[in-house]
Design a protein. Structure first.
Length: 459
C-alpha cells in the first residue's frame, strides 16, 4: 500500500490535513523513495511534509535530494504558505509534529534565507516566540580543530567580512558539533604554526535553541560575553546570539514590566505607533478591574456609616489613611518585582522578606504616625478645633496609620511572591492594584481601631 503512494496522492492528503496518516505512510518507505516522490510535489507541500517527519528520517531524505531540490526545500521551509498550513493545525497536533530539524539543515536553512524568511523559518522550526532560537543568526566563523592557528587566521580574513561578529571563533568537529570556542584576542597571540587542537581546553558556554530568552540575558550578564553559541538538543551548532540582540530583549522585558506595573496591558509597538482604539483597549481592562475594586471601598465605608455620622471628624483623615497604605504598598511591590527580576530574591526567601517588610512597615508606619500626631496637635494649638477629645483622636489616627502602612507594606511585598509561586508574572501586582486592595482594607483597619479607641467618647 505504502509503495503505491505517488505525488498527487500525497498532495491530496496535505490538502485534506490528513497529517497523521501521511506521516505513518511515509515512515513505511525508504528515504530514497520519499525523495523521489518529492520530485512530483510543489515546494509548499514538500515544506509541510518535511516538518511532519522525525528529524533523523528527514535528514536521510535530505541527503538524497539534488542540490537544486535541497535549496528549493530550504526556501519552502521559510515560506508563509507553509506557516499558514501548519498554523491551521490543532495546537497539540502541531506541537507534536513541529520537532527540531536536524542541526545541519537548520544551519543551512538560516544561512540561505533572507531576514524576513528567516523569521518565518524559526517559527516553523518549532521555536517558541520567547526562545533563544528566535534570536540566533547563522553568521559566525567556524573552524576545524585540525587547522593551525595560521590557517584559522587566513580563514577569518577570507570569510569574516560578512559575519555578525569576529570576537569569538567556534571550533566544530567533522559533523558540525561544537567542541570549543576561542576568543580572537587569544588567537592573535599564538604562534601561527601551532595546531589549534593544542590550544583547546574544550570548555565553553552555550545556549540551547529552546531556552527562554530571559535565561540568555542572565547568561550574558554572568559570563560577560559579546556573543554566545546556540546549539540544538544534540549539541550541533546552529547559530549564535550577540549582545546587541540581548540588549534589545532586556529593554523589551523592562518595558513590559513597567507597563504592567502601571496597570496597562503590554503594548505591541512604540507608544506613538499604537492606534487609539488599541491604546484604549489596552488600558480599559485594568482600569475597569481597579474601578470595580474601588467600589468595595464605598461598600466598606457604608458599613461604618453610623460611626461617620457620630464622628464626622473621622472622615477628614480618611484620604490620609488610604494614601499612606497605598503608597507604602506600591513601594514594597516595586522593590520586590525588581528584586525578583534580578534574581536578588527567590521564592525560598519569602520568610526573610516577610520579617524584613514587617519590620520596615512598622518603622515606616511609626514615622508617618508620628508626623500625623504632631500635625493634629499643632493644628489644635493653632486654633483648629478637633473637639475636647482631640488627643485620643490624634492617637487613633496615628495608630491607624501604623496599622495601614504595615498592612500595605506586607501586601506589596508578598503579592509578587505569591504570583511568582502560581506561575504568573509578578509585575502584574502593579502599584495601582496594590493601592486598590489596600484602600478597602485600610478603611476597615481605620474604623476598627477608631471603634475600639473612641468608644465612650466620640463613638
Amino acid at each position: 500500500m505504502f509503495g503505491k503512494l505517488v505525488g498527487p496522492d500525497i498532495a491530496e492528503m496535505v490538502q485534506q490535513r490528513q497529517f497523521a496518516q501521511l506521516r505513518s505512510a511515509l515512515l513505511g518507505l525508504k528515504p530514497p523513495t520519499v525523495a523521489e516522490i518529492f520530485e512530483d510535489l510543489s515546494p509548499e507541500d514538500i515544506g509541510v511534509i518535511f516538518r511532519l517527519l522525525p528529524r533523523e528520517f528527514a535528514a536521510d531524505i535530505f541527503e538524497y535530494l539534488s542540490f537544486e531540490n535541497q535549496e528549493t526545500l530550504l526556501h519552502s521551509l521559510g515560506n508563509e504558505q507553509v506557516a499558514t498550513v501548519l498554523n491551521a493545525m490543532a495546537p497539540d497536533d502541531r506541537t507534536a509534529l513541529l520537532e527540531e530539524l536536524p542541526g545541519s539543515i537548520t544551519k543551512r536553512l538560516l544561512a540561505l534565507l533572507t531576514p524576513d524568511e528567516r523569521k518565518v523559518a524559526t517559527e516553523l522550526l518549532g521555536y517558541h516566540p520567547k526562545s533563544v532560537g528566535r534570536l540566533m543568526t547563522p553568521e559566525f566563523v567556524a573552524v576545524s580543530p585540525e587547522w593551525t592557528v595560521g590557517q584559522v587566521m587566513d580563514h577569518i580574513r577570507k570569510v569574516g567580512r560578512d559575519k555578525e561578529t569576529l570576537n569569538v571563533i567556534y571550533v566544530l568537529d567533522h559533523k558540525g558539533y561544537l567542541i570549543d570556542d576561542i576568543r580572537l584576542r587569544e588567537l592573535v597571540l599564538w604562534d601561527p604554526q601551532t595546531p589549534l587542537s593544542e590550544k583547546m581546553n574544550r570548555e565553553f558556554i552555550a545556549l540551547r535553541a529552546d531556552q527562554d530568552q530571559e535565561e540568555a540575558v542572565k547568561a550574558f550578564k554572568e559570563y560577560d560575553r559579546v556573543a554566545l553559541p546556540v546549539v540544538d538538543s544534540s549539541g550541533f551548532l546552529v547559530g549564535i546570539v550577540t549582545v546587541d540582540d540581548i540588549l534589545d530583549i532586556q529593554e523589551e522585558e523592562v518595558t513590559e514590566d513597567i507597563q504592567k506595573m502601571g496597570a496597562v496591558e503590554v503594548l505591541d509597538a512604540p507608544y506613538m505607533a499604537v492606534g487609539l482604539p488599541t491604546m484604549i483597549r489596552k488600558r480599559a481592562g485594568w482600569l475597569s478591574i481597579l474601578f470595580v475594586g474601588e467600589m468595595f471601598t464605598q461598600t466598606a465605608m457604608g458599613k461604618f456609616q453610623d460611626e461617620l455620622e457620630r464622628a464626622v471628624v473621622l472622615s477628614l483623615f480618611l484620604p490620609l489613611i488610604i494614601s499612606s497604605g497605598g503608597n507604602s504598598g506600591s513601594q514594597a511591590s516595586s522593590l520586590l518585582v525588581r528584586a525578583l527580576a534580578l534574581g536578588d530574591v527567590r521564592l525560598r526567601d519569602w520568610w526573610r522578606v516577610l520579617v524584613r517588610e514587617l519590620t520596615s512597615g512598622l518603622a515606616l508606619g511609626a514615622v508617618l504616625g508620628t508626623i500625623v500626631l504632631i500635625r493634629i496637635l499643632v493644628w489644635q494649638a493653632l486654633g483648629w478645633d478637633y473637639g475636647p477629645h482631640y488627643m485620643i483622636l490624634a492617637l487613633t489616627v496615628s495608630f491607624s496609620v501604623i496599622g495601614v502602612v504595615m498592612y500595605g507594606t506586607l501586601m506589596g511585598a508578598m503579592l509578587p511572591l505569591v504570583l511568582r509561586r502560581v506561575g504568573l508574572d509578578p509585575a502584574t501586582s502593579s502599584a495601582p492594584f496594590v493601592a486598590t486592595l489596600v484602600d478597602v482594607t485600610g478603611i476597615i483597619i481605620y474604623f476598627t481601631i477608631a471603634a475600639l479607641m473612641l468608644r465612650g467618647t466620640l463613638l
